[in-house]
Design a protein around this ligand. Sequence first.
Ligand code: MTE
Ligand code: MO
Length: 394
Amino acid sequence: HFYDHEPQRDPRLLVQCKQPFNGETPHSILAGSFTTPADLHFIRNHLPLPQGLTAEEHSVTVEGVGVGTTRLSLPELKSRFRKTSFHSVVQCAGNRRSEMAAHRLVEGRAPWNAGAMGNALWGGVLLRDVLASLWPQALDLANPVSNRAKHVIFIGADKHGKTGTYYEGSIPLEKALDPNGDVLLCWEMNGAELLPDHGYPLRMIIPGHVGARQVKWLSRIILSEQESQAPWQQRDYRLLPQSVVDHEGAEGEHGWASMPSVQIMPVQSAILTPEAGTVYPAAITASIRVRGYAWSGGGQPIARVDVSADGGSTWTVARFVQQESRPSGRMWAWTTWEADVPVPEPKRSEGGPFKIVCKAMDAACNTQPEHVSAVWNFRGLNCNSWGTVPLRLE
Ligand code: MTE
Ligand code: MO
């Protein structure tokens, strides 16, 4: 009965889990536009959708060391602070987990393909502006009062039916206070009010960081000496080393407790079209048109995307379909790209299965590892090996 009040969802979303709802955007839809439509953006809920929240009545408390507790209503946030909007990617750490799971057993349940990622236009006010108005000395990280707080914890209004625990996550205070951090208290998606599944009436957007910290249905902000103690911060969204292959290992010396929580995401790219399993005539001489996305965490722009139809012996440089012109370090949107890739002669005569692969490089020259084995981890997080689509010649 905790799930009696879930909203209608677009039937095109590929359902990974019904309760809580997890739905993925089909690759072909992601390939169609730079801005992911709100009703088709992937949804990742951990708990039942909270009930009875409205934009008129909603408020959020800001509390913690050195600031006491202040309640700000959403109408106040809208009227007192300067509104800003920008495109930013939300990517679940489980994006492309299916490829990790195919390599070796992982614990994360949802076998996402590359559609647990979207690029939307988010509107709201900067957390930095709100903190500065409540707490001017907060902007000075060397200040003895403000430097006690090291993290900002965000708590949602969605709670576990049985235990009553609310969803939460935290980020380092430096990110929240960084003038180039663009951490947003957000009420608008693609120019319209947020949809219930994406956090109506208010959510966090933490550009360049993992989806898990971008708390939806935001109700509390806590400045804290410690990061969030919730399981989503202490266990689920941490990168385990490759030596950990089971639950026992996850509890051991090099398990959850000793590993950092995921924040800034690595460089990523994936192929969206053609679809997996597409069959081409063996005599094909025309190039294959390939489309995909590329993105990197921490605001790094994408510098290049390379595509290969022969496992990486020969490469074609992709053209960017759309890339925003933004300063380095603040490139929060993805870059969409396409390439016309020839199928090399030896491959054509062989026939049968073949793959097209892609890899992106960001402005800091970070690039993606070839094999998923290089990044496999027991929770199945941050899969960013070469994007791959299996195809056939017949
Ligand atoms: N916020 C709350 N309150 N509850 C949640 O379950 N899931 C997080 C994050 N914020 C979650 C949340 C995770 S893991 C992801 S990937 C993103 O929301 C997904 O945002 P979206 O559903 O708008 O795509
Ligand atoms: Mo996620």
